[in-house]
Ligand binder design. Structure first.
Ligand SMILES: [Zn+2]
Length: 311
């Protein structure tokens, strides 16, 4: 019988990263920590209520702040998985030298291990951008699975347009584009080959969700669409052996309550309240549960997928 697993993962990208993407001034004060201090508590309350254990991808550098170490340590103690989202979250990580890539991956894992006493198993690349050189570094670092490949044509096109728009307005973005080859990658879990977008015998990749109509199945789509669209997009994902739903902590932000007014004009999702957005996520989980899917961490999903005779 084929697997019916679903995983919720949350990238802990902090507010200054979004300001940098849009070429805005980096915020200071409490709003600069809204992802950790405001959004994570909202998300964990919701996850507890749903009895879901999720995977949180932490950026190593953010763990230089003691409060953030306490947050991820508490997540781990509560049974969630804490995984590696690199040390610096450089959007151009894949354009660095192999030695720099290796150092950033290992340093991210070291920081998480120091903060919560367990070395992370999983990795997610900044900005979903991967290369064979990055996969080589993950192999050498002993990473157990990767979840970064995002073979989504409409997301790719939107990113091209956003980056062009930012440049047209004379601002500089820190974000970069992957090569379009990523669009050829499988939509289901697979072992990466060379190049990474072909199947092979390498690291287990758990791709980010893409619907059969090639739409991004990620938190942003669900919270922007509202409950009905969240449920409809989720129904389109049924039948997959793994429904891999990637959120960002900021998906649970409330621009007014969290002091994110300067970012709100640049992000449509920030025009919705946190309560409204969590309603969309609840609607998605209801569809997933009604279809008999089991919600597990990505680490557990990777373990079960590896145990399948065909993998
Ligand atoms: Zn990120």
């Amino acid at each position: 019988m084929s697997l019916r697993l679903a995983s919720i993962s949350v990238d802990l990208d902090e507010v200054p990263l979004y300001a940098a993407i849009h070429g805005l001034a980096i915020p200071h004060g409490p709003s600069a920590h809204a992802a950790y201090d405001r959004c994570v508590p909202r998300l964990t309350e919701w996850l507890d209520d749903e009895s879901i254990r999720a995977t949180f991808f932490a950026i190593g550098k953010d763990l230089e702040r003691d409060e953030n170490c306490e947050t991820i340590s508490a997540l781990q103690l509560a049974g969630h998985e804490v995984a590696n989202h690199s040390y610096h979250h450089r959007y151009d990580l894949t354009r660095r030298t192999p030695a720099e890539i290796q150092e950033d991956v290992e340093r991210g894992a070291d920081a998480i291990e120091r903060a919560c006493g367990k070395r992370p198993i999983g990795f997610r690349a900044p900005g979903y951008t991967v290369t064979d050189a990055l996969f080589n570094a993950l192999d050498r670092a002993g990473v157990g699975y990767d979840s970064s490949v995002f073979p989504c044509p409409s997301y790719y096109a939107a990113k091209v347009a956003t980056l062009a728009g930012i440049r047209l307005r004379g601002r500089k973005s820190t974000s970069i584009l992957d090569t379009p080859f990523v669009l050829r990658a499988p939509r289901e879990p697979y072992r990466v080959g060379k190049p990474y977008w072909r199947r092979g015998n390498g690291l287990l990749e758990l791709p980010i969700g893409v619907t059969p109509l090639q739409l991004p199945y990620i938190g942003t789509s669900l919270v922007l669409g509202g409950e009905k669209i969240a449920a409809r997009l989720t129904r389109q994902m049924l039948g997959r052996e793994l429904i891999n739903l990637e959120l960002h902590a900021i998906d649970a932000a409330d621009a007014t309550e969290d002091g994110l007014a300067t970012l709100a004009p640049h992000r449509a999702d920030l025009r919705r309240t946190a309560a409204d957005k969590l309603g969309s996520l609840r609607a998605a989980i209801e569809v997933i549960r009604d279809a008999g899917y089991e919600l597990v961490t990505l680490e557990e999903a990777a373990r079960r997928i590896r145990a399948q005779p065909t993998q």
